[in-house]
Write a protein that binds this ligand. Structure first.
Ligand code: OAD
Length: 252
């Protein structure tokens, strides 16, 4: 494999010419903002908590107070976190693409809202958002204020219970999000997979759709993943360090 500097040079050259860019992000891009990832380190959420006990509809039905309390503590952590250079450089790329009439789609598995905080505009939240909660009785959505909830489970204004607006294991992704992701994967000329272990589908499958069509596919990840040997370039490194260099080489 080429040196990282060579890989960055070659990807930056493609980025400077790209008409349509799609990016899939995972928890790794928020790690440098202090938000825990799921499965890649001993401090990962799924190393400490059993996802089957916290991130499934069955878990919520069994103990709505425990699950809501856990998600509200994650909501507070996400509210307190700031975007890092990985997030802000993706917002830069979107602005550069748009300024020359190109397309940019940011597909994220993250529920933390940091891409929007960094100024990204075309963000597709494949796994929902911890900042939006939904009434189990009416399906109506609310965006709670900054304060932690005072009561668990959380009563909804419509006589039901509020649940986090995130996608749990076993649940369908929002159809509009899947459609947007499929459209981006089938039309882009450059597809990035950033900060994801690439093991949760359908999110992990979009890069292969782009690759099969001949798009240039690039992984930026701290560790190797199952897609590392199936993309054009797999750059080993931190998103907050690599993506700003790509912007520097491609647009300055
Ligand atoms: P994971 O925790 O599975 O993977 C995080 C990836 O980020 C790992 O491959 C790390 O090597 C990499 N990484 C860590 N720090 C990084 C950094 N600073 N720069 C670049 N890469 C870094 O998180 P996800 O792949 O996002 O779904 O997990 C996918 C889904 O599984 C989540 O959306 C969530 C989880 O269960 C649901 O809850 C439905």
């Amino acid at each position: 494999m080429d040196s990282i500097a060579k890989q960055i040079e070659s990807v930056a050259a493609a980025l400077s010419r790209a008409r349509s860019v799609a990016v899939l992000t995972g928890a790794g891009i928020s790690a440098e903002s202090g938000i825990r990832t799921f499965r890649d380190t001993m401090e990962g959420l799924w190393k400490e908590f059993d996802p089957q006990k916290l991130a499934t509809p069955q878990a919520f039905a069994a103990d709505p107070a425990l699950v809501s309390r856990w998600y509200d503590s994650r909501r507070q952590g996400c509210r307190a976190a700031d975007p890092n250079p990985g997030h802000t450089s993706l917002a830069d790329i979107e602005r550069h693409l748009e300024s020359r009439g190109g397309r940019f789609t940011l597909l994220t598995q993250n529920v933390d809202g940091l891409h929007q905080k960094a100024g990204s505009r075309n963000v597709v939240e494949l796994h929902g958002s911890v900042h939006v909660w939904r009434c189990t009785k009416t399906d109506k959505e609310v965006t709670p204020g900054p304060e932690p909830f005072q009561q668990f489970p959380v009563p909804s204004p419509w006589g039901g219970t509020l649940r986090p607006g995130v996608v749990w294991f076993g649940e369908m992704l929002p159809p509009a999000a899947v459609e947007a992701a499929e459209d981006a994967a089938t039309t882009c000329d450059l597809f990035f997979s950033v900060g994801t272990s690439a093991v949760v589908y359908p999110a992990a499958g979009f890069v292969a759709v782009a690759h099969r069509r001949g798009a240039l596919t690039v992984e930026i990840n701290r560790d190797p993943t199952p897609i590392s040997s199936h993309v054009t370039h797999s750059i080993r490194g931190k998103a907050g360090e690599i993506i700003p260099q790509l912007v520097q080489h491609a647009f300055k």
